[in-house]
Design a protein around this ligand. Structure first.
Ligand code: R7I
Ligand code: MG
Ligand code: MG
Length: 305
């Protein structure tokens, strides 16, 4: 039986990583903008779209008790605020849903195959939590939660990689075993290639220079440029300090909030949330995040009970 602390650590890790790394995302303009947007009135750090869409997945699941794509699409759209820093194509899609159009008519409008951004992968750890206890539903659940905004096969595969890494981390599978399982199931050549390198580097245990990590795994907004990077950090820092990992991801730059959201969710799934208590008053809405993780945990207990 998985401990509740791992569910809480996964969800809080995602929110904390997102909020702490948000001011390191993008170029000078984005960083300057986040200096104005990055704090609540009471001085807590605000989270971005990564955490908001994860909260949306949790709330839609807790309301519907199963994957309901129309409900989830409307939940995403109702929560949309420009000040959360959504990706441009995700933002226009969500505004379209809010104005009454269907997600099916919008998710391949800007890009013929759909967005290949990392916006589906960044929320995939929470989709994994919702499926614990009936894991044969995981692929379908993640696929359906992803395609609403990210129909491109590489975006969906990135989400599946992050969800499966989360699931196996919750179950205390060793890092090498997790990466081997992900390598064996990878489909797109870019993921096969980067995952096998990631496995080699995690096995070697050597710290890699930042420029090297950027060249080998990427630090961009596409799923293929950020998901393996997040796995590299999560499994390299698995037995090291949470704050050191977040600092390393901030130093890497690029899509730092999203790489941190994914890596910190997996770190929390491995190690639980106890060591995250120090962030409780520093980050916006962590009490809500903890409460949602607890409610999803009750569903897990029911399933296995
Ligand atoms: O993926 P998404 O929801 O979010 C991406 C990032 C995350 O870091 C969030 O934290 C937020 O900051 O934004 O956003 P999308 O708009 O779906 O995709 C992000 C970007 O990826 C797009 O604006 C495009 O620049 C690029 N992109 C593509 N470029 C070429 N061809 C996505 N799909 C394609 C494509 O098919
Ligand atoms: Mg973001
Ligand atoms: Mg981002």
């Amino acid at each position: 039986m998985i401990e509740k602390s791992k569910f809480v650590g996964c969800f809080k890790g995602l929110a904390i990583g997102d909020a702490l790394a948000a001011s390191y995302e993008g170029g000078p303009v984005e960083r300057l903008l986040w200096r104005f947007l990055g704090r609540t009135k009471t001085g807590q750090r605000r989270y971005t779209d990564d955490t908001q869409m994860s909260i949306d997945i949790a709330q839609s699941f807790l309301t519907q008790k199963h994957m309901d794509q129309t409900h989830l699409a409307h939940t995403f759209a109702q929560s949309y605020r420009w000040s959360r820093g959504y990706g441009p194509s995700a933002a226009s899609l969500l505004k379209g849903i809010k104005s009454g159009q269907s997600w099916e008519s919008l998710n391949r409008k800007k890009f013929a195959q759909g967005s290949m951004g990392n916006g589906a992968a960044m929320r995939a750890p929470i989709a994994a939590l919702c499926c614990l206890g009936c894991e044969d539903t995981l692929s379908d659940y993640v696929h359906k939660s992803a395609e609403i905004t990210h129909a491109h096969p590489e975006a969906i595969e990135g989400a599946l990689l992050i969800a499966n890494a989360t699931r196996l981390s919750l179950k205390d599978v060793e890092s090498i075993g997790i990466l081997q399982a992900l390598c064996a199931g990878a489909v797109a050549p870019i993921y096969k290639f980067r995952l096998s390198k990631c496995l080699d580097y995690v096995v070697s245990g050597k710290a890699l220079p930042m420029q090297f990590i950027k060249t080998e795994f990427g630090n961009g907004m596409l799923a293929s440029e950020s998901c393996i990077t997040a796995l590299y950090f999560a499994f390299t820092y698995r037995r090291q300090s949470f704050s050191d990992m977040v600092q390393a991801i901030c130093d890497l730059g690029g899509d730092a909030d999203t790489i941190a959201a994914m890596a910190c969710a997996i770190w929390g799934a491995c190690n639980g949330g106890l060591s995250m208590i120090e962030y409780d008053n520093r980050i916006e809405n962590l009490a809500l995040v903890e409460q949602l993780a607890g409610q999803i945990y009750l569903h897990y207990q029911d399933r296995i009970g």
